[in-house]
Design a protein around this ligand. Structure first.
Ligand code: ZN
Ligand code: ZN
Length: 168
Protein backbone atom coordinates (compact mmCIF):
# COMPACT_ATOMS: atom_id res chain seq x y z
CA UNK A 1 0.00 0.00 0.00
CA UNK A 2 1.27 3.43 -0.95
CA UNK A 3 -1.05 5.68 0.98
CA UNK A 4 -1.13 9.47 1.00
CA UNK A 5 -3.29 11.70 3.16
CA UNK A 6 -5.38 13.93 0.90
CA UNK A 7 -8.04 14.77 3.49
CA UNK A 8 -7.38 18.54 3.50
CA UNK A 9 -7.25 18.77 -0.31
CA UNK A 10 -10.59 17.05 -0.71
CA UNK A 11 -12.19 20.00 1.06
CA UNK A 12 -9.85 22.67 -0.34
CA UNK A 13 -10.56 25.15 -3.12
CA UNK A 14 -9.57 24.25 -6.71
CA UNK A 15 -5.97 25.28 -7.29
CA UNK A 16 -4.72 24.47 -3.81
CA UNK A 17 -1.68 22.27 -3.78
CA UNK A 18 0.30 20.00 -1.48
CA UNK A 19 3.63 18.29 -1.99
CA UNK A 20 4.16 14.83 -0.53
CA UNK A 21 7.58 13.19 -0.21
CA UNK A 22 7.52 9.48 -0.97
CA UNK A 23 10.35 7.43 0.54
CA UNK A 24 9.61 3.74 0.86
CA UNK A 25 11.83 0.72 1.41
CA UNK A 26 11.40 -2.66 -0.22
CA UNK A 27 7.80 -3.75 -0.89
CA UNK A 28 5.84 -5.86 -3.34
CA UNK A 29 2.75 -5.15 -5.39
CA UNK A 30 1.32 -8.42 -6.64
CA UNK A 31 4.01 -9.86 -8.88
CA UNK A 32 6.40 -6.88 -8.77
CA UNK A 33 9.18 -6.53 -6.21
CA UNK A 34 10.18 -2.91 -5.63
CA UNK A 35 13.54 -2.34 -3.93
CA UNK A 36 12.59 1.23 -2.95
CA UNK A 37 10.38 4.12 -4.10
CA UNK A 38 11.50 7.73 -3.79
CA UNK A 39 10.47 11.12 -5.08
CA UNK A 40 8.07 14.01 -4.67
CA UNK A 41 4.49 14.17 -5.85
CA UNK A 42 2.44 17.31 -6.01
CA UNK A 43 -1.29 17.05 -5.49
CA UNK A 44 -3.48 19.84 -6.84
CA UNK A 45 -7.18 20.22 -6.14
CA UNK A 46 -8.96 20.43 -9.51
CA UNK A 47 -12.68 20.65 -10.27
CA UNK A 48 -13.40 16.93 -10.37
CA UNK A 49 -10.62 15.39 -8.31
CA UNK A 50 -7.02 15.76 -7.24
CA UNK A 51 -4.28 15.90 -9.85
CA UNK A 52 -1.18 13.92 -8.90
CA UNK A 53 2.00 14.93 -10.72
CA UNK A 54 5.68 14.13 -10.36
CA UNK A 55 8.40 11.58 -10.92
CA UNK A 56 9.18 8.66 -8.65
CA UNK A 57 12.34 6.60 -8.85
CA UNK A 58 12.50 2.92 -8.11
CA UNK A 59 14.35 -0.30 -8.90
CA UNK A 60 12.37 -3.40 -9.68
CA UNK A 61 13.70 -6.93 -9.28
CA UNK A 62 13.64 -8.71 -12.65
CA UNK A 63 15.50 -11.61 -14.23
CA UNK A 64 18.06 -11.03 -16.98
CA UNK A 65 16.46 -12.53 -20.08
CA UNK A 66 19.83 -13.87 -21.26
CA UNK A 67 21.38 -15.43 -18.15
CA UNK A 68 18.35 -15.47 -15.74
CA UNK A 69 20.31 -13.76 -12.94
CA UNK A 70 18.11 -11.48 -10.80
CA UNK A 71 18.86 -7.79 -11.41
CA UNK A 72 17.41 -4.58 -10.01
CA UNK A 73 16.17 -2.60 -12.99
CA UNK A 74 16.04 1.18 -12.36
CA UNK A 75 12.72 2.66 -13.47
CA UNK A 76 11.32 6.21 -13.39
CA UNK A 77 7.56 6.56 -13.01
CA UNK A 78 6.15 9.86 -14.26
CA UNK A 79 2.70 10.42 -12.89
CA UNK A 80 0.06 12.77 -14.19
CA UNK A 81 -3.23 11.39 -13.01
CA UNK A 82 -6.48 12.49 -11.51
CA UNK A 83 -7.44 10.88 -8.24
CA UNK A 84 -11.17 10.63 -7.79
CA UNK A 85 -13.12 12.00 -4.86
CA UNK A 86 -14.73 9.61 -2.38
CA UNK A 87 -17.75 7.88 -3.85
CA UNK A 88 -16.75 8.39 -7.51
CA UNK A 89 -16.54 5.32 -9.73
CA UNK A 90 -13.16 3.72 -10.33
CA UNK A 91 -12.39 3.50 -14.05
CA UNK A 92 -9.36 2.15 -15.95
CA UNK A 93 -8.20 5.77 -16.49
CA UNK A 94 -8.80 6.65 -12.86
CA UNK A 95 -8.08 3.58 -10.79
CA UNK A 96 -7.48 5.50 -7.55
CA UNK A 97 -9.94 7.36 -5.38
CA UNK A 98 -9.83 8.95 -1.97
CA UNK A 99 -11.50 6.81 0.66
CA UNK A 100 -13.88 8.07 3.33
CA UNK A 101 -11.03 8.76 5.77
CA UNK A 102 -9.26 11.08 3.30
CA UNK A 103 -6.47 8.71 2.27
CA UNK A 104 -5.71 7.44 -1.22
CA UNK A 105 -3.79 4.26 -2.05
CA UNK A 106 -1.62 4.93 -5.10
CA UNK A 107 -0.69 1.25 -5.60
CA UNK A 108 -2.74 0.69 -8.79
CA UNK A 109 -1.03 3.66 -10.49
CA UNK A 110 2.46 2.68 -9.34
CA UNK A 111 1.97 -0.87 -10.52
CA UNK A 112 0.65 0.24 -13.92
CA UNK A 113 3.50 2.72 -14.51
CA UNK A 114 6.04 0.14 -13.44
CA UNK A 115 4.78 -2.34 -16.03
CA UNK A 116 4.69 0.26 -18.78
CA UNK A 117 8.25 1.43 -18.05
CA UNK A 118 9.95 -1.91 -17.50
CA UNK A 119 12.02 -3.03 -20.50
CA UNK A 120 10.48 -5.98 -22.36
CA UNK A 121 13.75 -7.92 -22.26
CA UNK A 122 15.83 -6.71 -19.32
CA UNK A 123 19.51 -7.68 -19.35
CA UNK A 124 22.02 -7.62 -16.48
CA UNK A 125 24.63 -5.86 -18.63
CA UNK A 126 24.93 -4.97 -22.34
CA UNK A 127 27.62 -7.61 -22.79
CA UNK A 128 25.87 -10.41 -20.90
CA UNK A 129 26.93 -13.68 -22.54
CA UNK A 130 23.81 -15.56 -21.47
CA UNK A 131 23.60 -19.25 -20.67
CA UNK A 132 24.91 -22.18 -22.68
CA UNK A 133 21.95 -23.63 -24.61
CA UNK A 134 23.40 -27.09 -24.15
CA UNK A 135 24.38 -27.35 -20.45
CA UNK A 136 22.57 -24.31 -19.01
CA UNK A 137 25.71 -22.86 -17.42
CA UNK A 138 25.88 -19.07 -16.97
CA UNK A 139 28.73 -18.20 -19.35
CA UNK A 140 29.35 -14.87 -17.55
CA UNK A 141 30.80 -16.97 -14.74
CA UNK A 142 33.20 -18.77 -17.05
CA UNK A 143 33.12 -20.75 -20.28
CA UNK A 144 31.62 -24.20 -20.11
CA UNK A 145 33.30 -27.18 -21.75
CA UNK A 146 30.55 -27.78 -24.35
CA UNK A 147 32.14 -25.68 -27.10
CA UNK A 148 35.49 -27.50 -26.78
CA UNK A 149 34.34 -31.09 -27.13
CA UNK A 150 31.85 -31.00 -29.97
CA UNK A 151 29.80 -34.09 -29.22
CA UNK A 152 28.78 -36.31 -32.10
CA UNK A 153 25.87 -38.64 -31.63
CA UNK A 154 27.26 -42.18 -32.12
CA UNK A 155 24.25 -43.08 -34.30
CA UNK A 156 25.20 -40.34 -36.79
CA UNK A 157 28.77 -41.53 -36.68
CA UNK A 158 27.60 -45.01 -37.74
CA UNK A 159 25.56 -43.56 -40.65
CA UNK A 160 28.51 -41.50 -41.79
CA UNK A 161 30.51 -44.64 -42.32
CA UNK A 162 27.87 -45.93 -44.76
CA UNK A 163 28.11 -42.86 -46.97
CA UNK A 164 30.30 -42.89 -50.08
CA UNK A 165 33.68 -41.22 -49.53
CA UNK A 166 32.93 -37.91 -51.40
CA UNK A 167 29.82 -37.10 -49.32
CA UNK A 168 31.58 -37.32 -45.95
ZN1 ZN B 1 22.60 -11.57 -17.91
ZN1 ZN C 1 27.71 -25.66 -22.07
Amino acid sequence: MIKVDLSTLVHARPGEREVVVIDLDEFSLDDLEFKFLKGELSFTRVADGILAEGALHTAIRVKCTRCLTPVDQPVTLKLEDIINFPGADRTPERPVRVTGDGWADLSPLIREYAWVNLPVSPICSPDCKGICPRCGKNINLGECTCSEEEEIDPRWEALRELLPEEEQ
